[in-house]
Design a protein around this ligand. Structure first.
Ligand code: GRG
Length: 301
């Protein structure tokens, strides 16, 4: 992909590359019970935006690393993201029938198989990471660092912890800081991991890692606030009237605490803050990461 293509062209081309790698990520030669293989592939290929894998590729590129060698790690983070969505949709959690306009995994394959598909995707993510070394020759100590960070950012101190805090807080969040804890772990942590993984693949310095983390945390939070705003706009379109913060149906989100306008302003501030952190770190080629941050701020889905 040349440097003058638009950010939408870059995103489409990168998503295509990731999807081609995902299609062949479960080896055809492995003997896997067919419903399990189908259930895993159903959600993996269900039309996600592929943002997290694109961040892995763009961060590796920003530091002059190989995007080809980054692909197994890019696939791994999409597997973790996909497992989290399958489990989040289950009756014991959000109990959703549809995701991305399609029936949720458990609606098609049943609850037990959906749980297993999620488990298997999470496990397979770690297998996929090993292939960066075995197939592409990424040094073993870099792969080890990526493995350690995926366990941390996706697990109990990361995304799963954020999900647990969200569940526990459902009875009544009273402070914006509590909501920020949830957003940081539930949403930003996988984005921070993706950027840092790109950094590990390309041999980033400590200062560059700090900038990648700050960028990821800021735009992850901005992404989640934007998600909350888009949710409210969707609800308003369904109801045909504005949703007010004192109405029961308004979820406890950023707009609930500070209103829609201030939330939009916060998205802009976070995006600028993240971009500045990256600019100051003077990466080899940060253009695509900076463009991605602006693109996310303007997204409408
Ligand atoms: C069940 C362990 C466990 C975790 C669930 C991901 C998650 C945590 C819950 C889903 C609900 C939610 C709003 C999560 C915040 C992160 C987020 C905005 C996910 C959606 O990400 P997109 O927009 O999804 O990148 P696509 O469909 O494009 O892949």
């Amino acid at each position: 992909m040349n440097k003058t293509s638009s950010i939408s062209e870059y995103i489409s081309a990168s998503a295509e590359t990731v999807e081609a790698a995902l299609v062949s990520s479960l080896p055809a030669a492995w003997h896997i019970p067919l419903p399990l293989r189908e259930s895993m592939n159903y959600s993996l290929m269900a039309g996600g935006k592929r943002l997290r894998p694109i961040f892995v590729l763009a961060a590796a590129e920003a530091l002059g690393g190989s995007t080809e060698a980054a692909l197994p790690v890019a696939c791994a983070i999409e597997m973790v993201h996909t497992y989290s969505l399958i489990h989040d949709d289950l009756p014991a959690m959000d109990n959703d029938d549809y995701r991305r306009g399609k029936l949720t995994n458990h609606k098609v394959y049943g609850e037990a198989m959906a749980i297993l598909a999620g488990d298997a995707l999470l496990t397979h993510a770690f297998y996929s990471i090993t292939q960066a070394h075995k197939v592409h020759g990424v040094p073993a100590e870099r792969v080890l660092a990526i493995t350690e960070e995926l366990s941390a950012y996706a697990g109990a101190r990361g995304m799963v912890g954020g999900q647990a805090a969200d569940m526990l807080g459902e009875q009544g969040l009273t402070k914006l800081e509590e909501l920020e804890y949830i957003h940081t772990h539930k949403t930003s942590d996988l984005i921070v991991f993706s950027l840092r993984a790109g950094g590990h693949l390309a041999g980033a310095t400590d200062m560059q890692f700090a900038a990648l983390s700050e960028f990821g945390h800021a735009i992850g939070l901005a992404f989640q606030i934007q998600d909350d705003i888009l949710d409210i706009i969707g609800d308003e379109q369904k109801l045909g009237k504005p949703v007010k913060s004192d109405e029961k149906q308004m979820k406890v989100t950023y707009p609930y605490f500070i209103g829609m306008e201030a939330s939009e302003q916060k998205i802009k501030e976070l995006t600028e803050q993240g971009k500045n952190a990256l600019i100051q770190a003077k990466l080899h080629n940060p253009e695509r990461l900076l463009q991605l941050a602006d693109y996310l701020m303007r997204r409408d889905h």
